[in-house]
Each structure stands twice: as C-alpha cells, then as structure tokens.
Design a protein around this ligand. Structure first.
Ligand SMILES: [Zn+2]
Length: 205
C-alpha cells in the first residue's frame, strides 16, 4: 500500500513510498515538503535553509517553540494561567519542546491552541499530496510529534477534517493518519527491508 512518511522533529521531512520504491526523481528531487512555502509574507519565519515561510520553519518542533514563545509574549496573562508557565517557572526563555509536549499532553488550552495553528499548514500540505496523487496513508514520526503523541495525531486529523480532504469523510481521514513507533529502529529496519527486497529482485534478474 502506498504511504507517505512525515517526520516532525527539529525540521520537517517526507517521503512517498509506492510499490517498494521511494518516489524521487533521478536528481533526488522530492521528499522536501519541509521546504514548501506555506507563508509567502515577507516577515514569515526563516527556515534553516535560508528560505522564508517554509513549512519546516513553522510546523517543526523548532517552529512550534518559536510560535509558543511569540504567543506567550503577546498574551502574558494567558501564558501565566497555562500549565506551560507552571512547567517553566513562568519564564518565556524557559519554554522548551519537552515542556510544550507535556503541556499539550496534559490538555493545556494555551499551548494546544498555538500547536493547532502550526499544524494547519501541515494539514494543508497533506491535503495537497492526497488530492494530487491519492496516497491515503500518512505515517507521522519524528521526535516532536511522537513526544506529543496521540494528541498530535488528533490535532492533525482535526485540521484535515476541518479543511476537508476531497472525496473522504471524517472517518476515512481519521484512518488515514497514524503515528510511527517511538523508537530509533524503524528507519534502520525500513532501509534493511528495502535493500533486501532490491537485492532479491536483482538476484532474480
Ligand atoms: Zn527551507
């Protein structure tokens, strides 16, 4: 079954797999959804690559951290009442990704609202991949998304349902997104299986 792997960690990456192959062109283009421009405004956040408004600058763990700090400075009272503030002694510079992930897992409304805002462009990107090539399975992994866990998946599905995936009902959208296992092994296991499959095909030839 074709699937799209999405990593949400310090940056954002993706790859689409179909029929045991990674879909890239001969020059290696593809799998760079993190550098898709989702905010064209001149003051959009800077990406690690030097570009502005890229998905990875907004929806990655780094992007979420920056957004939460901006929100805390813009709404000091709301921040002060949040569980996030309790986790970082009420200090904006003390906010970090583990505190953000924990606050969202605990249901903190302030932090969840900011995270939802950063998940929206990721949902738009997934919607575009789905509507263009019809891949119906999205596996989300990466340190930040997996630290938040099931709540991250719920927020992403919520935004996908709100925006709509053409031709799919809410139940189908929910079934489309899953979390990867929270370990460091799945990438290596995947490489091993892909290589074993290719060697077997080469041997058959
Ligand atoms: Zn970039």
């Amino acid at each position: 079954e074709p699937f799209c792997l999405i990593t949400v960690s310090s940056g954002i990456g993706n790859k689409v797999f179909r029929g045991g192959e990674v879909l890239l062109d001969a020059d290696g283009h593809g799998g760079e959804l993190g550098h898709w421009v989702c905010d064209p405004s001149p003051e959009a956040p800077l990406c690690d690559c030097g570009g502005r408004g890229h998905l990875g600058a907004i929806a990655s763990g780094r992007g979420v951290l920056a957004a939460v700090r901006r929100a805390a400075l813009a709404d000091p009272a709301g921040f002060a009442r949040s569980r996030l503030a309790a986790r970082c002694a009420g200090r904006v510079p003390g906010i970090d990704n583990p505190a953000i992930a924990a606050a969202v897992r605990e249901g903190d409304a302030f932090t969840t609202q900011v995270l939802r805002g950063t998940v929206t462009p990721l949902a738009q990107a997934i919607g575009a991949v789905f509507t263009s090539i019809g891949v119906c399975r999205y596996v989300v992994m990466g340190g930040f998304a997996l630290a938040v866990g099931e709540r991250y998946r719920e927020l992403l599905v919520g935004e996908l349902v709100r925006l709509g995936c053409f031709g799919l009902d809410a139940e189908a959208v929910d079934a489309m997104v899953s979390l990867g296992r929270p370990d460091d092994d799945h990438g290596l296991i995947g490489v091993g299986r892909l290589l074993a499959d290719r060697l077997a095909r080469a041997g058959a030839r």
